[in-house]
Design a protein. Structure first.
Length: 544
């Protein structure tokens, strides 16, 4: 119990009590402080006389029993003065002045007793006021600390709002961060999804002990709409102050559900909630507050703020997805337009993109090339021949040897392609591959006759991929080479046509594995899937 009382009386307060006891000693009186359970916390001896400790303990016990709030602050008796020390409204100790030694001094007993009564009364009042002030300061400090943590959480959410991040990762981070700040049994975020042509709310992220099936999700959505329809900001329910408003599972003691409002939804909830108003694209659920009986308005405001941030992120993700799909559609249209110009090279662009990615990935094992650069290599390979749209079909599809002027006409396609893509801000990083895919390390390439170090890495990779696919593809004027024949030609061209390091990395890779993947992956349906999966990720790099 001494430890318990000392936890309530701070070290600063104990120090103040000791200082007060030293002042009491100057009146030739002894001073003691006893806890409510009768344990001595402090004794200041004047050295003038010896106090009857057992008598003091008995007196303190009687004082505690007889004490009634509202009576005089100082309790006096034969040979002593005392008061109850309070922290807030709680009695924590008895301050006791033993004045049996006053008669030994030369001062008037009455005046000294009156003086001690006055200063004890003042001290008791000050002790209580100080404890209230300290309690308020601690409360304010705690609230400020909590507000700081809340602001830090909201800042963390806003700082991580990258549209290229998956919804699940961002929402999981929000749930985990909230769990660190607000002590609950479980938190979950549910988002609207269309499943079998029917809109439903499904679990997108969660933390702690929480399990919400489709039936529970529908119930939560319905009850949330009802509360919002009555002008509430959220659904709050428990049986702490009033009975439950709704019937819940036995394991739910308190629950809070806040909406995620968004602009882009399949319509579920918008008509039921507010005509032409915001749609509910999801909601956040928290169950069972652990460190207090129930959720309160402060919790609701925090969760609403986090939910608003999540809703903005989800909306932005949907817009980004739509933008990516539009962009991918434009790329497909460009690639299709190239195929339409020359039916004999149909699929060449997709194959060059795949081979370029293969080479870049193998090269990344030997030198620092990040995923974003590999994505750019892929897209540059995909669009390397886009400039052929500006080449006459008569020249492009001519059977037989080209004249010098016709060859010069075809040699313009890298520059035409670069000019087409340079006008698109997001494409500028892939332009070097389009412009330089016919350059040679010996300087005999086109359009600019660049040599080794002046040719960008992306151009060297696509040059090799373009040549390999051209050699292994059947043309109207020749049959396709075998893999072995193509690899022999590449070896012959190392250091002249092709970069030696890149060429060796390609030759030493598992070419047959790459070839098998290509044979299976470039049917019409599989090719579409390859573009949708990897192409979408690559496009995300451009749209950052």
């Amino acid at each position: 119990m001494i430890e318990t009382t000392r936890d309530k009386i701070s070290l600063i307060q104990l120090s103040d009590l000791k200082k007060f006891g030293n002042k009491v000693n100057k009146f030739n009186a002894n001073f003691a402080v006893y806890s409510i359970d009768g344990r001595q916390l402090l004794f200041c001896d004047s050295k003038i006389f010896e106090s009857d400790i057992s008598g003091i303990e008995n007196n303190c016990a009687e004082i505690i029993k007889a004490y009634k709030p509202g009576k005089d602050i100082v309790i006096s008796g034969e040979g002593f003065l005392s008061t109850i020390l309070k922290i807030g409204y709680e009695n924590v100790a008895v301050a006791y002045i033993d004045i049996t030694g006053l008669s030994a001094c030369c001062h008037s007993e009455l005046s000294d007793k009156e003086c001690l009564t006055g200063i004890l009364e003042l001290f008791a009042e000050k002790f209580q006021m100080d404890s209230v002030s300290r309690s308020q300061m601690e409360k304010v400090g705690s609230e400020l600390s909590h507000v700081y943590e809340e602001l830090s959480l909201l800042h963390k959410l806003s700082s991580n709002m990258k549209v290229t991040e998956h919804n699940s990762d961002f929402l999981q981070m929000a749930c985990d961060s909230l769990t660190d700040l607000v002590h609950v049994e479980g938190i979950a975020v549910l988002l609207e999804k269309v499943i079998d042509d029917s809109p439903r709310f499904v679990l997108a992220a969660g933390s702690g002990l929480i399990d919400i099936d489709s039936n529970m999700a529908a119930i939560l959505h319905s009850r949330l709409l009802e509360e919002l329809g009555h002008g509430k900001e959220a659904l709050l329910d428990s049986n702490v102050e009033t009975p439950y408003k709704y019937i819940w599972l036995d394991n739910i003691k308190s629950i809070m559900v806040v909406p995620l409002f968004g602009k882009n939804s399949s319509g579920m909830g918008s008509g039921q909630f507010k005509e032409n108003g915001p749609c509910i694209t999801g909601f956040m659920v928290a169950v069972n507050r652990l460190d207090k009986p129930d959720f309160d308005t402060i919790d609701m405001k925090l969760f609403n703020s986090v939910a608003n941030g999540c809703a903005v992120f989800v909306d932005n993700s949907k817009l980004f997805k739509d933008l990516k799909e539009l962009f991918i559609g434009s790329l497909k249209a460009l690639v299709s337009s190239i195929d339409a110009k020359d039916r004999y090279t149909r699929g060449h662009s997709e194959r060059v993109a795949f081979i370029s990615k293969w080479i870049a990935e193998r090269l990344a094992e030997k030198q620092p090339i990040d995923h974003e650069e590999i994505h750019r290599v892929y897209l540059s390979g995909l669009l390397h021949d886009v400039g052929k749209m500006g080449v006459s079909e008569l020249v492009l599809c001519k059977i037989g040897r080209l004249s010098d002027s016709e060859f010069e006409h075809i040699k313009r396609h890298p520059v035409i392609g670069a000019n087409i893509l340079s006008g698109i801000k997001q494409m500028r990083d892939i332009v070097p591959g389009v412009l330089c895919h016919h350059e040679r390390v010996d300087g005999k390439g086109y359009p600019n006759g660049l040599t080794d170090k002046k040719i960008p890495l992306i151009g060297k990779i696509i040059s090799l991929a373009d040549s390999f696919d051209a050699m292994t593809s059947k043309r109207v004027y020749r049959d396709a080479m075998t893999i072995e024949q193509a690899m022999a030609e590449i070896k012959k061209g190392l250091g002249t046509q092709f970069d030696e390091e890149i060429g060796r990395v390609f030759i030493e890779s598992d070419i047959y594995k790459m070839w098998d993947i290509m044979q299976n992956a470039f049917s019409d349906m599989a090719q579409d899937k390859e573009f949708s999966n990897y192409g979408a990720a690559a496009v995300g790099t451009l749209l950052k």
